[in-house]
Design a protein around this ligand. Sequence first.
Ligand code: B12
Ligand code: SF4
Length: 503
Amino acid sequence: MSRTAPRALTVPPPLRPPVAPLPPAPFRVLLVNPFYAKDPHASFGKHVLTPSLALTSIAAATPHPWRCDYWDENLLQGPPPASPPPQVVGISVHLTFAERAFALADHYRRLGSKVVLGGLHVLSCPDECRPHADALVLAEGVHVWSRVLRDVEADTLQPEYRGSWHSPHYAEDPPPARQLVPRRSFLTTTSLIATRGCHNRCGFCYLSTDGVRMPYQMRPPAHVAAEFAADRQPYGVFVDNNLGSRPDYLRQLCAALRPLQKIWSAAVTIDVTDDPALVREMALAGCTGVFVGFESLESANLDAARKRTPRPDDYARRVRILHDHGIQVNGSFVLGFDHDGPDVFARTVEWIERAKLECATFHVLTPYPGTPMFAQFEREGRLLHRDWSRYDTANVVFRPARMTPEQLADGYEWCYRTLFSFGSIWRRRPDDRRAVPAYLAMSLLYKKCNWLWPFLIRHRLVGPLWRPLVELSRRRHLRFRARLAAQGAGPGVRADSVVSAGV
Ligand code: B12
Ligand code: SF4
């Protein structure tokens, strides 16, 4: 794997005014997901696994006669269209790409468009966003979007609109406008969301940001299943923070998904294994991969983060429950907590190999503005800078307690290098020999082919290349599932699916 990312993945395309500027096109909206620099240590494939639902959700709430276009700068198709400029430009802002979002906003305002900014960073740092926008949308956007456009029509656009995470109408939100997303550009366009919130409120998570007190809300399982069916893809990715927060709901959702005969992955906390019968229902409903935030193998770190989770010495047994049901595990680990010393890297990687996690992602602990952790580090004078573009969990932005920033940066890099090596990929292969070739194909493409990803992305070959592998996985999963169902309750069938949760 290359240690530096190619220019196309680190530098956004230049924004130049059109040679012959035209007046803004009335009733046209352009929704833009801004460019962000990619971490050369991780897989570039991660960014085209599935699209974020922020803008397609907004698009779905667009009233007649407005028409939306969608532009994701990370698909490497050059600068976003501006001739003619749309009457309204909506841009998602996260802290890591805030600078690019502001450059885009300034560009379109110069061309005469009205610019509306929304997303997490607008909520946590509105004062920073205000000078770049005609209007800000704070928090939930779907329910205020039509008001924003009606106000543009009436020339009464307000500087600020505030949505609510407490809306009683969440269950009735329209399905995201997935048809706007270029189908060939992603492994799957079926990003799904069934719930909002999480039963935890970990101190480092964006869910503990000021103003993000969202109750756990759920959408009717039948609606979610209908959306999955309608997008006509074999594989769906749930982008929920934690699909397992309410086991009773997850059970109902599985019952609705099972008849679709599709495969899917989701983020859950490891306590989903409290009830192996629920894991079995997930498998029978098509779950082939879970993304689990283990965060740390050190209890003291988890306690300090206020994460309610089973003890780390029980993690391996719980991973086996998932594996026994054909569910691959992509573990997420945060490095640099206050109880982490320089030995944390080797210990974490050794554990991952012993537990045979098919995939893992590492994150340098990152205090997001607005979270209790950010306030604490600021109070203690431990923030190194406020260059948000490096608050991407791939760079060290604070002074760790038990090592130097350099040790943390080197250790993070070492973890990825070791885990993405041929040796480690081989050591973590599934026990079931039938599953090994597909596991190897997927792992090598995902982890060892960063040189290939820019080409695949630019030429819109991601979908065409991955989809046959995904379809193969789906068929294998259906065979596995038939055996699991025939066995009755109680595991014993080994994993033979190959798609892993990657968000
Ligand atoms: C899908 C996803 C991805 C995808 C796509 C990201 C992308 N930007 O295209 C991939 C896998 C590539 C990814 C990568 C990363 N991600 Co990510 N990702 C998500 C995830 C799981 C789902 C996003 C989603 O679809 N949400 C559902 C939509 C409906 O909700 P929403 O985004 O909040 O949008 C609503 C409002 O905010 C608002 N809104 C948003 N935009 C706009 C725009 C306008 C105009 C308006 C009016 C309103 C509006 O209205 C929307 C509807 O109500 C979230 C977690 C989550 N569940 O939200 C993390 C999350 C956004 N990711 C996060 C992070 C940290 C990253 C990475 C840095 C991690 C890493 N080290 O690799 C990278 C870097 C990417 C980057 N710089 O953005 C953090 C962000 C934290 C923060 N404070 O900014 C989150 C919150 C996860 C977490 N638990 O920490 N991610
Ligand atoms: S369990 Fe995960 S999603 Fe839930 S609060 Fe903690 S880090 Fe955030």
